[in-house]
Design a binder for this molecule. Structure first.
Ligand code: FAD
Length: 459
């Protein structure tokens, strides 16, 4: 380390109310770890900021030393976009305050808060907004990337509920973006991710969700085809408060093991979620309950609790990808069932199928989220412990993408994928939006300081 860098680091440690980790500091290894254990990066400096003024100081430190800058929120990017090698990580984990304003049905969430903290803060008011399906994901990374969750068919994508963003730019300036202030930047933040600065806080619209219920049914492989088709029909006729997923996986999800089921055998899980009372859900789920199934759970619970039910433990090796689909006809269902037969056994690899439609399709079409007209999203993904399983699990995810291509719209939800190259960024943000996003990028980050994301090049 040069003497200039050494002096700057000493000053940064003195100035920050938060903490600074260099590779020789205790706690560095814990601080550099992210959700996906396949990501093993060694930043030069990790600045764990306590508030927005710390973020300004950290960004200026990075600029002065010409360090590349990554922004870490919840650390759940499957591609490890919240960290880097030999650069600066602006770590927002300490910035996780959530303040609910029930009167205006809005919530202010600091840039490092997780989905779990958001849901727990809004639950006592019977309010909620579209959140990720894992309580450990960072709200900012999720929302700025579009954000898909159980409530999206009635409440829209998470980005559709963005009311304002407090941002620290590449120059270290603190600015605010909303429909009235910096409107072009505000538009770009509806899907453009962390390209334009560090979001120190977001304000999100809330909805009344006083009741929530879900049905989880597990089907043996011989009934999978019928179960997926039935779920598709149920969703086609259900109110928009209903959502859920089909998940083809080996073994039941944690906490739902039934004694009759082989531990690692292939299973088709159908989850029907409903932002409403259990008795209405039971009626909706009737066609699914009527099929032969190996286990069933139909239960009402607070939305915040449901959001934690399928949490994935951090520290495993992970990979995932996604395709948006124009529909899920019978031919597609057959392909899904065939793919389930080749699931890598004894790993947490799975293929998930989410319905879209409703408020996702109805929202303003010009947001940089190009998959509004898709009917379904297929999301093969997984987490496993043994590095020896890397190749077969990632190859299976590739195989799923290739097999579903006949039904793909060509668009992709950026949050669901890691770094899959330039064409996938265009597919994720919409080819027609790229130039406009590039112009916003040039204005707010002309040197592409924030490039550990689905990167938009300054035009
Ligand atoms: C188990 C699991 C479940 C998931 N479930 C869903 C789901 O249901 N729906 C869905 O849409 N996505 C889901 N995701 C994907 C997730 O929403 C995205 O990967 C999201 O970007 C994660 O944000 P993070 O802050 O946790 O990640 P990080 O790795 O910390 O950051 C990811 C990206 O966001 C940027 N970023 C994070 N915070 C900020 C900030 N405050 N300001 C500026 N940029 C920031 C980072 O720079 C980076 O580019 C899931 C991921 C996992 C691993």
């Amino acid at each position: 380390m040069s003497s200039k860098a050494h002096t700057a680091l000493v000053e940064l440690r003195e100035d920050l109310d938060g903490e600074v980790f260099a590779p020789w500091d205790p706690g560095y290894d814990e601080a550099r770890a992210v959700f996906n254990a396949r990501v093993d990066r060694r930043p030069a400096v990790i600045a764990r900021c306590a508030h927005a003024a710390d973020v300004v100081r950290a960004v200026r430190f990075g600029r002065d030393l010409d360090l590349s800058i990554a922004v870490r929120g919840g650390g759940h990017s499957v591609g490890g976009m919240g960290t880097n090698d030999s650069g600066l990580v602006v770590d927002l984990r300490r910035m996780r305050r959530v303040s609910v304003d029930p009167a205006s049905e809005a919530v202010r969430v600091e840039g490092g808060a997780t989905t779990g903290l958001l849901d727990r803060a809004t639950q006592p008011y019977g309010l909620a907004t579209t959140g990720a399906r894992d309580s450990g994901t960072g709200v900012a990374g999720f929302v700025l990337g579009g954000g898909s969750g159980w409530l999206e068919r009635s409440c829209g994508l998470a980005a559709d509920n963005l009311l304002g963003v407090e941002l620290v730019t590449a120059n270290g300036d603190r600015i605010h973006a909303s429909a009235d202030e910096n409107p072009e930047l505000f538009w770009a933040l509806h899907g453009g991710g962390g390209n334009f600065g560090v979001a120190t806080a977001l304000t999100l619209k809330l909805y009344e969700v006083p009741e929530f219920s879900l049905a989880l049914l597990l089907y043996l492989p011989e009934h999978a085809r019928e179960a997926i088709r039935t779920y598709r029909e149920v969703i086609d006729h259900a109110p928009l408060e209903a959502s859920g997923a089909v998940v083809c996986r080996s073994g039941p999800p944690a906490g739902f093991a039934a004694p009759s089921l082989a531990a690692g055998g292939p299973l088709c899980c159908v989850l029907l979620t409903y932002a409403g009372p259990e008795e209405d859900l039971r009626k909706l789920a009737q066609p699914l309950l009527a099929l032969p199934h190996a286990s069933q759970t139909v239960v009402a619970m607070p939305y915040a609790d449901a959001q934690r039910l399928f949490d994935q433990p951090p520290g495993l090796r992970a990979h995932g990808s996604a395709e948006c689909l124009s529909g899920a006809p019978d031919g597609f269902v057959d392909v899904c069932c065939a793919l389930a037969d080749s699931l890598p056994t004894a790993t947490g690899t799975r293929n998930m199928l989410f319905p879209l439609g409703g408020a996702v399709a109805d929202a303003p079409a010009d947001h940089p989220v190009p998959y509004r007209d898709a009917a379904w999203v297929v999301h093969p993904c997984g987490s496993w412990a043994d590095p020896a399983d890397d190749e077969r699990c990632t190859a299976w995810v590739r195989d799923v993408r290739a097999a579903v291509r006949p039904w793909s719209t060509g668009a992709v939800h950026p949050d669901f994928v890691g770094d899959e190259g330039r064409d996938r960024v265009r597919a994720g943000l919409g080819p027609r939006n790229m130039w406009r996003l590039g112009v916003v990028k040039r204005r707010f980050d002309p040197d592409n300081v924030f490039r550990f994301n689905h990167n938009i090049k300054p035009v």
